[in-house]
Design a protein around this ligand. Structure first.
Ligand SMILES: Cc1cc2nc3c(=O)[nH]c(=O)nc-3n(C[C@H](O)[C@H](O)[C@H](O)COP(=O)(O)OP(=O)(O)OC[C@H]3O[C@@H](n4cnc5c(N)ncnc54)[C@H](O)[C@@H]3O)c2cc1C
Length: 409
């Protein structure tokens, strides 16, 4: 396995780094807005955060750094997945994020490009690339999360539309979204993975109610979405009716790679800074913690390189993405705990403001998002057990039954 950049990749990395140094703030600087994504806790604060994300997308677009792997005809740069990975590694060293634009740019746009009609692409791709349209994902339901195909939201054809009723949950940014990708059951007499249709829904349609869920951090980025006889034009079906599961696969694949793009965020360096500020850099226990963090950081780095090596060889990421996701989750959690321990009680009692520039409390609360989103850690372990270790597959007794005969809550 070759961990080194090829000469072309090294040149690309240097170009990306130079541009970022010129145009992006460092993490923790007053101009940075990444790292506060766990915190915007009122509408005004969130609106400012959203504006900064949009402005960043406009800057990327006007400078030729937007949508790196998308085809040029759709506003992308036509670059390779390996170049995109290098960009993600470099951009993680800066205090920037695309926040609420991540669903549209990370997995909605690529899904529409892969499966959408000409009309859907022409209508939806330009406002996604410009950062004007915000999208949300309406997949999870109270009875369908890890077992997503268990979904109960129904869509019934009526003339040249579908009428949709049901409830979705954990829908990130639905409260500010213009559009949503929605999956609903359209044929309950087929097995649960079949008979599902994939729709594009205008979030301002009559019958859509969005109710924010307040999180432990004070932020309200998640929502419940209620659909009460919402009418969706037939032209908003993506792919074939009842064949939406194939389209879901594309979305989830892109979503997973968006999430595993979350990098180490220079946590060793930041822990050392915290220890320096707190006067505990000479404490042997603190030094041990920092050393452990460094080891985990290297582990994440090498797992990322392994993924990069696979991508470079044109191999689609397999279970190594699950291993990386577990390692990143563990690293974020352990580092946040170490940061809090080194900062002392003030860091948890500090209210909304980070104490002395340390944001370990926010990291601790935020890391759960990474560990659940895109498939929980247990589901990643199932994948590793089955695909890497060859353990018996999970029993899936309802796989071939018609959905109407499956016991649901
Ligand atoms: C940051 C974040 C953003 C999200 N954004 C969205 C969004 O925008 N749109 C959307 O639709 N959804 C979103 N979700 C929801 C997410 O997809 C679900 O939380 C996830 O699929 C888990 O489903 P669940 O919460 O229903 O938990 P469940 O599936 O009910 O799982 C509960 C627990 O049981 C464990 N478990 C379940 N099945 C198994 C099994 N077979 N073997 C072992 N353990 C198992 C799980 O690991 C978990 O610990 C988001 C979640 C997070 C954390």
């Amino acid at each position: 396995m070759d961990f080194d950049d090829t000469p072309e990749e090294a040149a690309f990395r240097a170009k990306a780094r130079a541009w970022l140094e010129e145009n992006a703030p460092l993490p923790g600087s007053p101009e940075a807005w990444a790292g506060i994504e766990g915190s915007p806790s009122d509408d005004g604060e969130f609106a400012v955060f959203l504006d900064r994300c949009r402005e960043w997308q406009r800057t990327l677009k006007s400078s030729g750094w937007a949508c790196l792997t998308w085809p040029v005809e759709f506003g992308g740069q036509g670059l390779t997945p390996a170049e995109s990975l290098i960009w993600n590694q470099e951009v993680a060293n800066f205090g920037v994020t695309l926040g609420p634009l991540i669903p549209s740019l990370g997995f909605v746009g690529p899904t529409i490009i892969a499966h959408g009609t000409g009309e859907q692409k022409a209508r939806h791709i330009p406002p996604i690339v410009s950062g004007d349209a915000i999208w949300c994902q309406l997949f999870s339901e109270p009875g369908a999360g890890s077992d997503l195909a268990n979904l109960a939201t129904r869509a019934v054809p009526d003339g040249d539309s579908w009428v949709v009723s049901g409830q979705k949950v954990w829908n990130s940014f639905a409260h500010v979204a213009d559009w949503g990708i929605l999956i609903a059951r359209t044929d309950p007499e087929r097995p649960k993975h079949r008979g599902i249709t994939y729709f594009l829904v205008d979030m301002r349609s009559p019958g859509v109610t969005v109710r924010p869920i307040r999180q432990i951090s004070g932020a309200a980025k998640f929502n419940e979405v209620f659909l009460d006889e919402v009418r969706i034009p037939a032209g908003n079906v993506v792919g074939e009716a009842n064949e939406g599961w194939k389209v879901v696969h594309t979305t989830l694949r892109y979503e997973r790679s968006t999430i595993s793009g979350i990098r180490d965020r220079r946590l060793t360096e930041r822990l050392a800074e915290t220890a320096g500020r707190r006067g505990s850099a000479g404490d042997p226990n603190v030094r041990q913690e920092i050393a452990r963090t460094y080891v985990r950081e290297q582990l994440v780095r090498y797992l990322t390189l392994r993924l990069q090596s696979a991508i470079r060889r044109g191999v689609a990421p397999g279970p190594e993405a699950s291993v990386l996701k577990l390692a990143v989750g563990e690293h974020l959690m352990a580092s946040a705990q170490a940061g809090l321990a080194i900062s002392g009680p003030g860091s948890v009692a500090g209210g909304d403001a980070p104490v002395g520039g340390d944001d370990w409390k926010d990291l601790l609360l935020w890391q759960y998002e990474v560990r659940f989103g895109g498939g929980t850690e247990e589901i990643q372990r199932n994948t590793i057990g089955e695909v890497v270790l060859g353990l018996p597959a999970e029993p899936r007794v309802d796989k071939d039954l018609p959905y109407s005969q499956v016991r649901t809550i």
